[in-house]
Design a protein around this ligand. Structure first.
Ligand SMILES: Cc1ncc(COP(=O)(O)O)c(C=O)c1O
Length: 393
């Protein structure tokens, strides 16, 4: 035992940032999610936030949060199971169930906690979890701690998934875990087919709709609507901190299972309830989506197409097109941070992903054209990308 040795071993390795001459992480934001966004006293076009519908600083949502704060105070200072379950909490769970077409919903302090805690409650030693190779860390880390067998399947590869399902009859229960819109790739899972495969093989589908809820589907209800799935037999999770513009996470599905999870997921049972301001804001966001989705989403998709076409014309390589996320293939980690640096110096904020968020030696920069941005800003961003393409592409 040696304390100095401990601190030596737990030292940040920032070699990639030093080689690139730039560390893009933890930018110090000095404004709300406005256009422009302020960082370091400088104006930025913000393509980094998951504020798809642009509602995070909508005055109606801010007013709702203030009302929640006025009535219930800052915090319930308790876990939901003890004294944190306000009527606001119950109303928000009901509203989310109706919104997503689920029998019942549980609200968690974050979707990381929801995903991370779920598998410990539902998966046991004789079970198998099949998980898309690009699934989010919250799912993967949760699966690893569940103490059951798990195996990745190739990204969005139905043949590979079916081949494994056919060979999995010896397990007590099989789960198939995927995302809807993949957070780094931007690709959309063929979830209707995955759901059908699960039903055919007696497996339970689990989908994380964090980047789909409020974004995809005819009326913004997310992956189940997008896939035409009614009476979903599986488990649905989503972050409330992206298109829904607040914070928290949800797990939804059959009432019988939710009754069980309410008393079984440690990450819910032993963590302070989501703040009243966030719950009241969430209820307002759901109302706004109900009323205004066609108009807001038309703006969002227009921006997405402007970005994706403009960047392709300038020679950038995208992972996929026509999805809510514009994801640039940016080479190795150093090249990824170098492009981030160019963007930063020209007033554009994006989200760079390097290992372990993406496979080793690869890189992505995620761009999201939130509906709160001005069309001129998107035009300007496309122009800047064109200018820096001469240096980096
Ligand atoms: C796919 C996916 N799942 C879960 C999460 C975690 O959500 P939250 O921020 O609510 O903890 C994220 C957030 O980055 C995500 O992208």
């Amino acid at each position: 035992m040696d304390i100095r040795n401990f601190y030596e071993t737990h030292r940040l390795n920032d070699g990639v940032a030093r080689l690139a001459g730039f560390n893009p992480y933890y930018p110090l934001i000095q404004s709300a999610l406005d256009d422009p966004l302020m960082i370091d006293g400088k104006e930025f076009i913000n393509l980094a936030s998951n504020n798809y519908l642009g509602l995070a600083n909508d005055q109606r949502v801010v007013d709702a949060a203030i009302n929640g704060l006025r009535k219930y105070g800052v915090s319930m200072c308790s876990t939901p199971v003890a004294a944190g379950y306000s009527e606001l909490f119950s109303n928000a769970e009901k509203a989310l169930s109706v919104f997503s077409g689920l029998e019942e919903t549980l609200i968690f302090p974050s979707c990381y906690q929801a995903n991370n805690g779920l598998f410990q409650a539902i998966a046991h030693s004789g079970d198998l979890i099949l998980v898309d190779r690009f699934a989010h860390s919250s799912l993967v880390e949760g699966i690893k701690t569940a103490g059951c067998n798990y195996r990745p399947f190739r990204h969005n590869d139905l043949d590979h998934l079916e081949e494994i399902l056919k060979r999995s009859s010896r397990f007590n229960q099989v789960f198939v875990v995927t995302e809807s819109v993949f957070s780094t790739e931007g690709s959309i899972s063929p979830f209707r087919e995955i759901n059908e495969l699960c039903m055919r093989h007696g497996a339970i589908p689990v989908v994380d709709d964090s980047h789909g809820i409020g974004v995809i589907g005819q009326t913004g209800r997310g992956i189940l609507e997008h896939s035409g799935i009614r009476d979903f037999q599986g488990i649905y999770t989503a972050s409330l901190g992206k298109a829904l513009a607040t914070a928290g996470g949800m797990i939804g599905g059959k009432k019988q299972l939710m009754d069980y999870l309410r008393y079984s997921v440690s990450h819910l049972l032993y963590s302070t309830a989501l703040l009243p301001a966030a719950l009241q804001a969430l209820l307002r966001v759901l109302e706004i989506i109900d009323l205004e989705f066609p108009e807001i989403s038309a703006r969002f998709w227009k921006y997405t197409r402007m970005l994706s076409r403009g960047l392709q014309t300038s020679g950038y390589q995208l992972t996929v097109t026509e999805t809510p996320i514009v994801s640039l293939c940016t080479g190795d980690p150093v090249e990824t941070l170098q492009l981030s640096k160019q963007m930063y110096e020209n007033g554009i904020l994006g989200t760079p992903f390097i290992y372990p968020s993406v496979p080793e030696k690869e890189g992505r920069i995620r761009l999201i054209g939130g509906a709160n941005l001005k069309p001129e800003s998107i035009d300007r961003a496309v122009g800047i990308f064109h200018k820096i393409a001469k240096v980096v592409v």
